[in-house]
Write a protein that binds this ligand. Structure first.
Ligand SMILES: [Ca+2]
Length: 451
């Protein structure tokens, strides 16, 4: 122990109480100096520790506790700040996927992977939206997922997801999916064959999100993944048609683009009576996108979702990225009654899309050089959630436009009343209010009674 400055040395070791002072006036002075030093050091330490403690407390608050949750394995609920869009901006005549992935704090452009799943899993989705995940049907209901390009290992990744969360594994279909007596998984190209398109890392992450979210919400539904040859409207809409031809009564679409004047000429691809079609409203905030603005589909907006520790619903606000607005081109359907949009208004309903409250997704295709567990959101998440809830309800045959059913049973929806996705003069088109609003539509599911 150096003699030069024993009090400070002792302070550093936290042994102030053990220090003895000479019983002199000089000793009193030394004691005063020491107490002053102690106060200053305490203050400095407090200031140094305070931000660290608050950060740690935030982290603790944001992470789930270990343990079994309703038979499903635990996940990690992390508060994230940064995310990026997964797919490139669309070229002319193309659509982009509507997924956003959580990124590294130190590099907001770099996708972040996790050792353990981060984000909501099946128990949280089903708990928050009040569904048990089992469709009451003797013949499996088919949820079709329409995306672009190939995910070569999607079946493997779905199996990893199922095992992680302790939900049933979907076997490959060994007969035509529409005649399979048991729920199964099938991947086809836009012609219904197995000569798959090329791989695309961004769309592969989108595919993983869609397939895993659909299975999380409906565990005994069959899943038909239809892979378009590219992200062109020509190919994506060929895949849309193929999904219906192969027997899907629910089709989920998590892609779109800005509206364009010729879009209504494409709408017949979505006019499929008896088939419930969901489309993500977009991740760019206020502004209607296509095909979310098609009058034949259910446009799905996005929320930020809180789930309680017991997996019950904890509240929702409009997600800032959720697409919404008044279509430039689509005739207003008779069933839309909102006042400030003479044409079709987006969205119809909503579910979680905020990447910060997003889904745990397993993807073995390297995206930006990394693979494994990602945390992913965007309205690419809310669209397959709503698609799966249509599947759980089984109500796709009548009415042919599912939104009519949505409108008729508002008690089965939770009204979202706060949050905004942009500037529109403060109207309901970009601001969540009690009742219908653009970013969240009529609200989010509370059971499947509205669908
Ligand atoms: Ca509302």
């Amino acid at each position: 122990m150096p003699e030069a400055n024993p009090p400070l040395a002792e302070i550093k070791k936290g042994k102030l109480m053990a220090i003895k002072f000479p019983n002199t006036s000089n000793g009193v002075k030394q004691k005063f100096i020491l107490i002053s030093k102690r106060l200053i050091l305490s203050l400095v330490f407090s200031l140094m520790l305070f931000p660290a403690m608050t950060a740690a407390q935030k982290e603790d608050k944001g992470q789930s506790r270990e343990g079994d949750r309703g038979g499903e394995k635990f996940f990690q609920r992390t508060q994230l700040r940064h995310n990026k869009k997964v797919c490139d901006n669309p070229a002319a005549d193309e659509a982009a996927c509507h997924a956003r992935v959580a990124t590294e704090d130190a590099n907001p452009k770099a996708a972040k992977t996790f050792i353990a799943p981060s984000g909501y899993g099946p128990a949280q989705f089903r708990g928050a939206y009040g569904v048990n995940g089992i469709a009451s049907s003797t013949s499996p209901r088919i949820i079709a997922i329409v995306d672009a390009y190939d995910h070569p290992s999607i079946k493997n990744d779905l199996d990893v997801y199922s095992a992680q969360f302790g939900i049933p594994t979907l076997p490959n279909c060994n007969v035509a999916i529409a005649s399979s007596p048991v729920p199964c998984f099938k991947k086809v190209n836009q012609n219904g064959g197995t000569n798959y398109p090329q791989q695309n890392a961004g769309w592969a992450l989108e595919i993983a999100l869609d397939v895993e979210a659909a299975h999380a919400l409906c565990q005994n539904c069959s899943i038909l993944l239809v892979e378009a040859s590219s992200a062109s409207y020509t190919n994506l809409l060929a895949a849309e048609d193929r999904a219906a031809i192969l027997g899907a009564k629910i089709i989920s679409n998590s892609w779109g683009s800005n509206e364009f004047s010729s879009q209504t000429a494409l709408d017949y691809h979505f006019n499929k009576p008896g088939v419930a079609i969901t489309v993500s409203s977009g991740d760019s905030g206020y502004g209607a996108q296509y095909p979310a603005s098609s009058r034949y589909i259910t446009a799905v907006g996005g929320t930020s979702l809180t789930v309680n520790d017991d997996n019950s619903y904890g509240g929702e606000t409009a997600w800032s990225g959720s697409g919404s607005g008044c279509s430039l081109y689509e005739t207003k359907p008779a069933w839309q009654k909102d006042a400030s949009c003479a044409k079709r208004t987006v969205a119809d309903v909503s579910a979680v899309a905020d990447p910060n409250t997003g889904a745990a997704v397993y993807d073995s295709v390297r995206y930006q050089g990394v693979r494994g567990w990602f945390q992913v959101g965007g309205t690419s998440l809310s669209a397959p959630i709503i698609a799966a809830i249509y599947a759980l309800s089984g109500n796709t045959a009548s009415p042919s436009i599912p939104y009519i059913s949505v409108s008729s049973t508002p008690s089965s929806l939770r009204d979202v009343i706060s949050g905004s996705n942009g500037s529109c003069g403060g109207s309901y088109l970009c601001t969540a209010f009690p009742g219908y609003d653009g970013p969240t539509g009529l609200g989010s599911p509370n059971g499947f009674g509205a669908f």
